[in-house]
Design a protein around this ligand. Structure first.
Ligand SMILES: [Zn+2]
Length: 252
């Protein structure tokens, strides 16, 4: 009887001791806080080969369009300079207007109200060119014959670049403190139509190149305006300064 008791006790102690000492690994489980399977100990030894150079970010295509209104020539007059600086330039969009110093097309229509239609050959030519050169960012260079200060009309409600361009240039050029365009009131040189306003413009189908570029390519598109009364050299210098400042900001 004593022997039997001893055997039972010994077996019990052995079972308790064994179950207490079993590790999760013994049970076929991973312990808590286990390192991942590919831990450093298992990783291949490091080599002395240099890290590959990271791929440079693809360059943004900054498109500049000129001469939509033929009596606003300063953008057209600097377009060779812009092309040399790496901009993708198209113009004059209204060649007859440039030749005749006339805002309108030869048929009397305003090219910058024709981009929601399909019956204007000059607008269709610009659209075709844009499809072949889809912009990441677009600047459409204009002048305002009645303007008192420079201003930007930015299509791209969530982008701050228009404000940054103005901040960079406001010591050199006078910006209109309260610019107005159609139903949009701007401030400190910037008109930035909100999304609902842009939607209303779309319904009207009388929009211009800037709206078309934003709506078609999803890029921020800025109409650059300066007073037509500024001397020609100042207008050209301003247009160039806006373009190069935008390029610098985009490539920062
Ligand atoms: Zn214009």
């Amino acid at each position: 009887m004593k022997t039997a008791l001893f055997v039972v006790l010994a077996i019990t102690l052995l079972v308790v001791a064994c179950s207490g000492s079993r590790t999760p690994a013994d049970r076929g489980e991973l312990p808590e806080n286990a390192p991942p399977a590919n831990n450093a100990a298992c990783a291949p030894a490091p080599t002395n080969e240099p890290e590959p150079e990271p791929e440079p970010a693809p360059k943004k295509r900054i498109v500049v369009t000129t001469g939509v209104h033929g009596n606003e020539p300063s953008g057209y007059l600097i377009q060779d300079q812009l092309a040399e600086l790496g901009f993708t330039v198209h113009g004059p969009c209204n060649p007859w207007g440039i030749d005749n110093n006339n805002r309108h097309l030869e048929d009397g229509r305003d090219l910058n109200r024709m981009f929601g239609r399909t019956d204007c050959p000059e607008a269709e030519a610009v659209k075709e060119w844009l499809k072949e050169n889809p912009p990441d960012f677009l600047l459409d260079l204009h002048e305002d014959p009645d303007g008192t200060g420079a201003y930007l009309i930015q299509h791209g409600p969530d982008d701050e670049i228009g404000r940054k361009i103005i901040d960079a240039l406001k010591d050199q050029y006078d910006f209109d403190p309260a610019p107005k365009y159609l139903m949009v009131q701007g401030e400190d040189g910037l008109l930035k139509p909100t999304l609902p306003v842009l939607r209303v413009m779309a319904l009207g189908k009388i929009y211009g190149l800037g709206y078309y570029a934003w709506a078609s390519f999803g890029c921020t598109a800025i109409v650059v305006e300066c007073p037509g009364s500024w001397p020609e050299e100042k207008r050209k210098a301003y247009q160039l300064a806006v373009c190069t400042t935008a390029k610098r900001l985009l490539e920062e």
